[in-house]
Design a protein around this ligand. Structure first.
Ligand code: FES
Length: 194
């Protein structure tokens, strides 16, 4: 049923398992047979797929197609990976039996789902970064206002200190005055006794 190339790739598939540090995952199933395909991508900040791998519960055609698909997208931009045509995979394998054509689409669909996942993650990260930038901006504004207010606050504190000192001085003078009055009173008393 399969040609030699398909059998050879199926027996020695590349890029299987889960790559470390992947930042996108796509999981799809095949409507016609119920088989499952999961693709892992590691995409750099220039949108280039640095690494890719797959795990599948699928047939020989799906495994061989996925191995070829991973080979084709590694080193490509996400847009180029999205443009990958299933026919390219089939041609690379030297053809697939008609009833197995749909199997070659599984990898392509999982790649599309993984890129969709990557873009959603990027959006979430961008949203988070913008929120943090806004918080930093607010903190800067608050800080600038605080710096602006500082001389005023220092002046207010100085005035409060001055008032306290004056109040202390007045109290001291009142005590001294009381003492003088007391002494005068005693002098008067002594005078009267004489
Ligand atoms: Fe299910 Fe091929 S029969 S993927």
């Amino acid at each position: 049923m399969y040609n030699d190339k398909v059998i050879s790739v199926f027996q020695h598939p590349k890029h299987t398992g889960e790559i470390k540090n992947h930042n996108a995952v796509g999981l799809v199933d095949n409507d016609s047979c119920g088989d499952i395909m999961k693709v892992f991508l590691k995409i750099n900040d220039k949108d280039i797929i640095e690494d890719a791998s797959f795990k599948t519960f699928g047939c020989a055609a799906a495994i061989a197609s996925s191995s070829v698909a991973m080979d084709k997208i590694i080193g490509k931009s996400v847009n180029d990976a999205l443009a990958l045509d299933s026919q390219e995979i089939i041609d690379e394998l030297g053809g697939l039996p008609t009833q197995k054509i749909h199997c070659s689409m599984l990898a392509k669909e999982a790649i599309t789902a993984a890129i969709d996942d990557y873009r959603k993650r990027q959006k979430r990260l961008a949203k988070k970064a913008s929120k943090q930038a806004q918080l930093a901006k607010n903190a800067k504004t608050d800080n600038a206002e605080a710096v602006k207010e500082t001389p005023k606050i220092v002046e207010e504190n100085k005035s409060q200190l001055l008032v306290k000192r004056l109040q202390k001085l007045v109290k001291k003078q009142e005590k001294t005055l009381d003492k003088i009055l007391d002494i005068n009173k005693r002098i008067e008393q002594i005078k009267n006794k004489k």
